[in-house]
Structure formats: structure tokens, C-alpha cells
Design a protein around this ligand. Structure first.
Ligand SMILES: [Zn+2]
Length: 315
């Protein structure tokens, strides 16, 4: 039962019986976002949103640290599933609690967030694949790294708490590039064994941190929002990275070979931007730190993450 639960996506875990949420989709002529009910259409803190990222906004960014635990940065075995709405990678249950991130005192309130799963949203073309948009522009794909506060025992428990900071999702936007991004190789290798909704398999050597943008510093846009699939619970402290990751056309096309729950091509699994209402978006100039031990952020375990040099800001 525990393993079966891992195969369910964030959204599926939240299905309320009798509401028909299990059949949600992205086609407005069928079961698309406009027909999603309850918190999805009544909530005032919904996600995704459009993010304005001009120079004036970026110049006000506050310095912040983000610490990643050792296992978060190492190759890991994982489970990959086509759940009909997305392709989702979960690290094996026995390793889950050792992959986590932690912020500084003014970023994520010094709390620890345990990695739960990573999934993707992508389009039928390169300009319609991200849920979050920057200056109303969308890109090829968005990855959602989903975490729950270590104050809870599981992702489900965190969502059920209905607390606004119970879940942290790090959103990474991938723009199309000419070259393959080798960080996707483990996912694509496993995905070649999937085809239709409900298929799952195992893979090896997934390095989560390698799927972040190449920089060791990045702009992080933080705001309070929701899950982007029904029931759209408003429990997410979003951290959308302003710098782009990359994916090639060939790699993206592999995602477009998968089928959704209606046996159609799984693509355009993108909820449109929601009203910001009067929410604040906080901008952080964030330094990534990799821990050498299992307790990041406690003053003795952090080293600067040995990644490529800053390639320039791309807000
Ligand atoms: Zn998502």
C-alpha cells in the first residue's frame, strides 16, 4: 500500500470522492482547468502565476542561502511513473528522508523540507510548456521539485494540514537548447520503458541538483500559492527559479511520446496563470550550498556547490 501511494501524483492524492476530480484534464472542451471546482475556482492564492522580472525588481533582491542535503546531490535510484497527467519521479522510500533542502533564517524560515517527487509540465510546442510565465512568456517545460515540511510525516499529511507553508515546490523553467542536457538522461532512459497512463518503472543515477539551472547562484521568486492540479490546496510556498534550465528538442520529443489517461498525447499539461490578487512576490539572490553531511545549514556542513561559474543572469 505504501509503495502504491508513491505511484500517485500530488494531484491524485488529493482527489475527493464524488467530485469527479480524478478525471481532470487540460482540454477546456472536456475536463479542463475552467471546470475544476472548489478551491481551484474559489481560492484567492492559486498557482501558477505570471512573474514580472525586470531589472528594477531584480535589483531589490535580498541575499539568501539554500542548503541541499548530501543525498539530494548524489545519484539515486528512483521510481518513474506516467500517471496520466504527468511523468513523475520519486526517490525510493528508504532514501526519501535524506534528500531535503533547507533555507536560511529569512528564507524558508530555517525549516527543513523533505523531497517527495519531481514531475514535469510541457507543451506541444516550445513556447507553451511552463505553468509559471515570466513577463507573460512561457517556455518549453517546467519541472516541479515537490517537498513537504519535516514537521509532517508525509506529503499527504502536509497537504491535509492546510497550512500555507506545509509544502515547498521549487519550479525550474527549461528553455529549448540545441544540445541535450545530460541531467535528463536517467529520466529519459527510464521513460523509454513507459508509454501509457499507469505505467511505472525504476531507474538509476538520478541527480536532482543537476536538473537545476547551471548556476551556483540564481534568482528565486518566492510566493504563497497552491498545487496546480485539483484540489488546488493552498499549502505551497513556491520558489520559482528565475534562471533557465535547458532541454533539447529531441529530449522534449521523448516526453511527447507518452499518452495521457484518455490515450491522447500527453502534452500541454499546463494550468494557465492565476490572479495574483494581493500576494507579495519576494525576490532572493540565492546561493546554493551543498552539505557534506546530513545536517545542512548548521554551520559545519556547507561547502559552496561546485558547479559551473555564473553564466549571467537571465531574469
Ligand atoms: Zn506540477
Amino acid at each position: 500500500m505504501k509503495l502504491a501511494l508513491l505511484f500517485l501524483c500530488a494531484a491524485s492524492l488529493l482527489i475527493k470522492p464524488g467530485k469527479g476530480n480524478g478525471s481532470f484534464c487540460y482540454d477546456e472542451e472536456d475536463c479542463g482547468p475552467k471546470s475544476w471546482e472548489d478551491t481551484c475556482n474559489k481560492g484567492r492564492s492559486q498557482s501558477p502565476i505570471n512573474i514580472n522580472s525586470n531589472h528594477k525588481i531584480l535589483s531589490k533582491a535580498r541575499k539568501a542561502q539554500l542548503y541541499y542535503s548530501r543525498d539530494y546531490c548524489q545519484n539515486q535510484d528512483f521510481i518513474l511513473q506516467n500517471n496520466g497527467h504527468t511523468i513523475q519521479a520519486s526517490v525510493r522510500a528508504d532514501l526519501t528522508s535524506t534528500s531535503y533542502l533547507q533555507g536560511g533564517k529569512d528564507n524558508l524560515a530555517n525549516k527543513r523540507y523533505v523531497f517527495s517527487q519531481l514531475h514535469f509540465h510541457w507543451g506541444s510546442n516550445k513556447d507553451h510548456g511552463t505553468e509559471h510565465t515570466f513577463n507573460n512568456k512561457s517556455y518549453a517545460m517546467e519541472g516541479h521539485f515537490v517537498h513537504y515540511s519535516s514537521e509532517f510525516n508525509s506529503f499527504t499529511e502536509a497537504v491535509d494540514s492546510n497550512e500555507p507553508n506545509a509544502v515547498v515546490v521549487v519550479g525550474v523553467v527549461y528553455a529549448l537548447s540545441n544540445e541535450d542536457n545530460p541531467a535528463f538522461t536517467p529520466v529519459l532512459k527510464a521513460m523509454s520503458k513507459l508509454k501509457k497512463a499507469g505505467d511505472s518503472t525504476t531507474g538509476t543515477k538520478l541527480n536532482l541538483v543537476e536538473l537545476l539551472p547551471d548556476q551556483e547562484r540564481f534568482y528565486n521568486f518566492q510566493y504563497n500559492g497552491s498545487l496546480t492540479t485539483p484540489g488546488c490546496a493552498e499549502v505551497v510556498l513556491w520558489n520559482v527559479i528565475g534562471n533557465r534550465g535547458r532541454i533539447s528538442q529531441t529530449q522534449l520529443q521523448q516526453f511527447q511520446l507518452e499518452l495521457d489517461g484518455h490515450s491522447k498525447i500527453l502534452q500541454d499539461n499546463v494550468r494557465p496563470a492565476q490572479s495574483l490578487n494581493n500576494r507579495e512576490i519576494r525576490v532572493y539572490d540565492t546561493q546554493i550550498t551543498l552539505s557534506q553531511n546530513s545536517h545542512p545549514g548548521r554551520g559545519n556542513g556547507g561547502i559552496l556547490f561546485p558547479r559551473r561559474k555564473n553564466q549571467g543572469w537571465r531574469g
